[in-house]
Ligand binder design. Sequence first.
Ligand code: GLU
Length: 309
Amino acid sequence: MSKLESVVKEIAEEMRARPDRGEVATYIPELAGVDAGQFGIAVVDAAGNVAAGGDCDTSFLIQSISKVFTLTLALGKVGDRLWKRVGREPSGSPFNSIVQLENERGIPRNPFINAGAIAVTDVILSGHQPREALGEILQFVRFLADDPSIVIDEAVAASEQRTGFRNRALANYMKAFGVLENPVDYTLGVYFHHCAIAMTCRQLAMAGRFLALSGMNPATGHRIVHAERARRINALMLTCGHYDGSGEFAYLVGLPGKSGVGGGILVVAPGKASIVVWSPGLDVSGNSHLGRIALETLTKRMGWSVFGA
Ligand code: GLU
């Protein structure tokens, strides 16, 4: 057994035994009903070896992790012009904050808070029907994971639409400042649906490989983005990927990552591995409680922090 395999196995066992789980998100019934006792981990190294453990083959809602893929697509579509509509600074505010948007005249702080991700979705939507834009996002995720079986959970998307009053407020606010080009309902429809993509740790770790490997997906031999763009997306994940818990995550884990309220975290160890952990119980900032602890343990034992061993 390789060192990575034994570390992943140890972590899966240690996490299973822990009594502290955090609190599952409760804003929609589909998340409130998820068993907080689950924990999964999958690591794909640079050579394509996979080390996985726990509930690594159980599907979960990727939620805000989808924002990494939509950012990649939007940059591919409009390049650096994207930065006229969304900033690149950490927010220090909760993921759905409205106050900051008002102070900054409708320009969201970064592409990973809700307002920023809605603006990014609007960029992908321009020139298309919502169905086409959504199809493009789903195809991209399937292509990256090299897995056509990945789907959107329609019941979750419908729940998000029913309860997404705050996101609607953010979107209307941006529309008032001319930051959104498309009808608010269209943009939000696409946003709610891409948050409802369901994937396993293993599928998501495969999809994240291009960020760990300078923009290449070695499984398919495809260049997804230029090395420089991969590096920049990673920089944004490091500084903004965990909402107002981003500084703490960088301090404790030391790797670029993006979390979602479904309890997943996609993390990149540049040149080394793409890593996904999932445990539905969240901490106060909305990031997976056990997921963060598992990643802290993994980077320590593997010496993978970007800040040194
Ligand atoms: N669909 C969720 C929302 O927009 C995603 C939140 C998240 O994962 O942070 O509220």
